[in-house]
Design a protein around this ligand. Structure first.
Ligand SMILES: NC(=O)C1=CN([C@@H]2O[C@H](COP(=O)(O)OP(=O)(O)OC[C@H]3O[C@@H](n4cnc5c(N)ncnc54)[C@H](O)[C@@H]3O)[C@@H](O)[C@H]2O)[C@@H](O)CC1
Ligand SMILES: [K+]
Length: 486
């Protein structure tokens, strides 16, 4: 954002104009809040406070009863913030002297993008009083104390009802706990030219069709099922075979031309009887899997769900990796606990790979990898992990991050809370395998799988179980394909 701001200034918009527009956008949001006539604006010592001075002036001019308190010394304001403070003709109060509950709404303009360390002392005390005051809060750029890069709270932050940010959201608006603290996020246009995106060349994106639709497979009219790829899903024993079934069904619904479940002999009849459209082959162990995969047409393999963690699963990963498009989930990842290097060595031989850990599997797999587990944010951790294993990493959660070894990343924002249900991860691995089977590049395939998974859950609605997700995908695909064609 600093580079985007600088670009706008370079292209001829003075930074003071940007600040005037930012403050105006904040005032507009406050003015639309119902029943807010007494507004308290809390300003900090930098440009975030400057935005607050502008908003306060505009609201006062529009007839609101505005009180303004400044954290710090008015004489020490500088630059644009000092300029807009001079245009504020009314009183500037000491925060300590103000009853924060004696207003209808608080504008939090203490700290934004310039937060440089954990809040402590008077700043932290003020943020804590603001949180305790129980008044609706409109945050300028970010709730003060929230780190816009990491989504983490530095010391303290007060939950906002709305957050007004400028030009584009920052990772901290999307990554938890930041997302929850921001409330409703509004992105205001302050006149930063769209060309700034090309100049800044961002590498982190919101996960949505815009991020991957260029690579999304569209079945050709004259197409053949073999053009849409053949995915193999490896099944465990009978008592855990449902996981592979969900994964296989996800792969087929996502569009793989053919899906084969590779199973132990004892599970063959069960799997064969479950879904007519899914084929079955006997492959009880890693050797048999290697033999099955001598057929080069079986170029995509998903394994992990319901396989059991241990040596045999490691051998299966080793058998499947060479030259394949791979999705590894669950037990396939836990089998390499603390040995991400060993996994990386195997994945180096794959055509491409996607790994889909949840937070627990991620912590186990990367135990001892300080660059990963010591990273300052979920985004940074996923990127470091992707670099380490040389694969696309899908770090799951309400704010699922998809990261590529080259640093590109997407953050999901469409997953409903009821998606956290048994077997949902197996379906996600299947969606990824179904897209990989159709030749979609791994980063885009993983992003699309995560987004489709969230949309399918919304389509199915509350009460969903994992079995619903592959079925709900049809309606989601209906809309997506109409959009892609239009
Ligand atoms: N051209 C621009 O850069 C624009 C910036 N805008 C606003 O400017 C903000 C960024 O302004 P700044 O870079 O001045 O940063 P901030 O105003 O967010 O914070 C910087 C100030 O806070 C102090 N500070 C940082 N961490 C602290 C801590 N933990 N405890 C106590 N004091 C701390 C710093 O010493 C500095 O005085 C954005 O969030 C946005 O609100 C908008 O006006 C739009 C245009
Ligand atoms: K703020």
């Amino acid at each position: 954002m600093a580079r985007a701001d600088a670009f706008a200034v370079q292209m001829g918009t003075p930074s003071l104009t940007l600040m005037e527009r930012a403050g105006t956008a904040v005032a507009d949001v406050v003015a639309r809040s119902p029943l807010a006539t007494r507004v308290l604006v809390l300003c900090g010592p930098g440009n975030n406070g400057g935005d607050g001075f502008v908003a306060a002036r505009i609201l006062a001019q529009r007839g609101f009863r505005v009180r303004l308190a400044l954290l710090g010394d008015r004489d020490r304001l500088s630059g644009d913030a000092a300029a807009v403070a001079r245009q504020w003709k009314w009183a500037v109060d000491e925060p300590a002297a103000v009853d924060l509950a004696a207003c209808d709404l608080i504008v939090d303009a203490l700290f934004g993008a310039g937060l440089a360390r954990d809040l402590d002392g008077a700043a932290r005390a003020l943020v804590e009083r603001m949180a305790a005051a129980g008044r609706p809060i409109v945050a300028v750029d970010l709730p003060s104390g929230l780190d816009g890069v990491t989504g983490q709270v530095r010391g303290a932050a007060a939950p906002a009802r709305e957050t007004v940010t400028f030009f584009r959201r920052k990772p901290g608006h999307l990554l938890e706990p930041g997302r929850a603290l921001c409330g409703k996020v509004r992105v205001a246009d302050i006149g930063i030219p769209e060309d700034a995106i090309a100049a800044v060349r961002p590498t982190a994106f919101v996960n949505g069709p815009a991020a991957w639709q260029h690579a999304f497979p569209r079945p050709a009219a004259e197409g053949h099922k073999y053009d849409r790829g053949h995915a193999v899903v490896v099944s465990g024993e009978a008592w855990t075979s449902g996981a592979a079934r969900l994964c296989a069904r996800g792969a087929l619904r996502a569009g793989a031309g053919l899906v084969t479940l590779a199973c132990p002999a004892s599970v063959l009849p069960l799997q064969a009887a479950s879904y007519a459209a899914i084929m079955t082959r006997e492959a009880p162990d890693a050797r048999a899997l290697a033999h099955l995969l001598e057929d080069a047409r079986l170029h995509t393999v998903a394994l992990g769900p319901g396989l059991g963690a241990g040596e045999e699963t490691r051998r299966r990963v080793a058998a499947a990796a060479p030259g394949r498009r791979l999705v590894l989930d669950a037990d396939a990842l836990t089998s390499f606990a603390g040995e991400a290097d060993a996994l990386a060595a195997l994945l180096a031989g794959a055509e491409c790979a996607v790994i889909t850990p949840h937070a627990g599997e991620f912590a186990r797999l990367f135990a001892g990898a300080e660059a990963v587990l010591g990273a300052p944010s979920k985004l940074a951790a996923a990127r470091a992990a992707a670099r380490l294993v040389g694969a696309v990493v899908v770090l799951k959660g309400p704010d699922t991050v998809v990261a590529a070894p080259d640093g590109r990343a997407m953050i999901a924002e469409n997953a409903p809370p009821f998606l956290a249900t048994a077997g949902a991860g197996d379906v996600l691995a299947g969606f990824a395998a179904g897209l990989l089977a159709q030749g979609m590049p791994a980063f885009e395939a993983a992003g699309a799988a995560v987004w489709l998974h969230g949309e399918a859950a919304r389509e199915a609605g509350p009460g969903l179980i994992a079995d619903d997700l592959p079925e709900a995908l049809r309606a989601v695909y209906g809309r997506l394909f109409a959009q892609l064609a239009g």
